[in-house]
Design a protein around this ligand. Structure first.
Ligand code: E4P
Length: 240
């Protein structure tokens, strides 16, 4: 799977989809708010359906907007009906450490056949338990872990080895990218997927020395054309 785009912006998704370098999209309420999506679930639904159609068959993660147990069930079932490639995001626990969430994840995955991405996780042990609960994706917020002064790399290695050892189906999404380097280093450490801020993809593609090299090719091509012209003219006149 490798690279997902962490955005709700249609033009960015179109741009990188056309290049063939993304395999899914992730959103969250903060990303959608920054995109100017308001109007509650109605606003989220409209944008979600647009993105889901655009990237089909690639997956689109959309987060529930409540931490109430029944509310999470209701929203998840509703969101999952909006398009067939939707994955519902649910946080590992509530804002005060409320523990309803994994039960909701387990039931939605195993009894309702809804794909779940468990999010807001900062450690391998959280992700491991979310994977045990049956989540299809486990999102480790690498940039936020690093912001706290820890290096997330060891957690990625540990988590990947646990998932492989116990043959758990969950795919590891490394989220919360903070620098271009994160993409390759997190994939190399064992993440199945890194979800990337759009601008970082340009940063991965563009290299100053490539620019210089391309300019050299173009300059020499132009010089070659100038020299070739008299030869072509001469050939036409039968002199060469
Ligand atoms: C993605 O799924 C996460 O919600 C997102 O990457 C969080 O990013 P942030 O830490 O920059 O808010």
């Amino acid at each position: 799977m490798a690279i997902f785009l962490d955005t709700g912006k249609i033009s960015d998704i179109e741009k990188y989809l056309k290049m063939g370098i993304i395999r899914g999209v992730t959103t969250n309420p903060t990303i959608l708010l920054k995109e100017g999506i308001t109007g509650g679930m109605k606003g989220i639904k409209d944008r979600t359906i647009k993105i889901a159609e655009l990237i089909d068959p690639y997956p689109l993660s959309v987060e529930v907007t409540t931490n109430d147990r029944e509310g999470m069930f209701r929203q998840a079932k509703d969101i999952a009906r909006w398009a067939k490639n939707i994955v519902v995001k649910i946080t590992i626990h509530g804002p005060k450490g409320e523990l309803d969430n994994l039960e909701v994840v387990h039931e939605l995955e195993t009894k309702h056949d809804i794909r779940i991405n468990v999010t807001a996780m900062m450690s391998a042990q959280q992700c491991f338990l979310a994977a045990m609960a049956g989540a299809s994706y486990v999102s480790l917020l690498g940039g936020r872990v690093n912001n706290m002064g820890y290096n997330v790399i060891e957690d990625i290695k540990c988590l990947r080895s646990l998932l492989d050892t116990y043959k758990l189906k969950a795919q590891i999404i490394l989220a919360s990218t903070r620098e271009v380097l994160n993409v390759i280093e997190w994939l190399r450490a064992g993440a199945h997927i890194v979800t990337v801020v759009p601008s970082f993809l340009d940063g991965m593609i563009i290299h100053p020395y490539s620019k210089e090299t391309v300019q050299m090719f173009l300059d020499d091509a132009a010089r070659g054309e100038i020299k070739a012209e008299p030869l072509a003219v001469a050939r036409k006149k039968g002199k060469a």
